[in-house]
Design a protein around this ligand. Structure first.
Ligand code: 13P
Length: 250
């Protein structure tokens, strides 16, 4: 039985003070009602340390939204895996479609980052997903499969990897994939993992859905057999909505 995982990706939102307030609000809204599912928060780099202090003593994990693949050096504007490890991150989101779309990230650079994050003992949330054009052209299976294969190239095992299926056309658009559409792609991803790592690894890996998840659609999405939780954007910026989504996964 896979333990569901719900992570709030705050993207480029919230000052440090607002992040502190939101993280406290999330803890208060969650209460002790849900221990069945794993929960994480991914504030901006700037707010990681502050949010870490808020989360101390709770079961909620700290996650970063990206990281560079070198340990240190002349990479202006970047943050490295050892820095994230030192600040207490348990997870790093990698390959988000916004990183691929606006910052030129490719399967190759995502793969380098994944290997670095794993080497530093943190877990990875690898994001994959097709664009609207790719969906309409019917190539989503090929696109998502090659993102999984490319992202995981030469990665020995997937026990520290969560995959997030985030169809680009459903992110921030209010257009959620139907639970059947999402389930179809989650099953494709699980089959791809089976092909690469064997049946046991495929059965164990958690695959989150992301893209306009809200309290009103979370329970249905999370009831699908291959959907193991969610990566939440907009709705994670409201403590009550995020907590309601977590409860839907419990
Ligand atoms: P929204 O929930 O705002 O659609 O964003 C999803 C997402 O990109 C999470 O990483």
């Amino acid at each position: 039985m896979r333990r569901k995982i719900v992570v709030g990706n705050w993207k480029m939102n919230k000052t440090v003070a607002e992040s502190r307030e939101l993280a406290s609000g999330v803890l208060a809204a969650l209460g002790t009602s849900c221990s069945a599912c794993e929960v994480g928060l991914a504030p901006t780099f700037l707010a990681l340390d502050t949010v870490r202090h808020v989360l101390e003593g709770s079961a909620v994990a700290l996650a970063a939204q990206n990281c560079h693949y070198e340990d240190d050096g002349a990479y202006t504007g970047e943050v490295s895996a050892p820095m994230l490890q030192a600040v207490g991150c348990g997870y790093v989101i990698l390959g988000h479609s916004e990183r691929r779309q606006y910052f030129g990230e490719t399967d190759e650079t995502v793969n380098l980052r994944i290997k670095k994050v794993l080497e530093k003992g943190m877990k990875v949330i690898l994001c994959v997903g097709e664009t609207l054009e790719e969906r309409e052209a019917g190539s989503f299976e090929a696109v998502v499969s090659s993102q999984v294969k490319g992202g995981l190239k030469d990665v020995a095992g997937v026990s520290d990897i969560v995959i997030a299926y985030e169809p680009v056309w459903a992110i921030g658009t209010g257009k959620t994939a139907s639970s059947e559409q999402a389930q179809e792609v989650h099953a494709i991803i699980r089959r791809k993992v089976a092909e690469l790592y064997g049946a046991d690894a495929a059965e164990a890996i958690r695959i989150q859905y992301g893209g306009s998840v809200k309290p009103s659609n979370a329970a249905e999405l999370f009831s699908m057999p291959d959907i193991d939780g969610g990566l939440i954007g907009g709705a994670a910026l409201k403590a009550d909505d995020f907590a309601a989504i977590v409860r839907a996964a419990c």
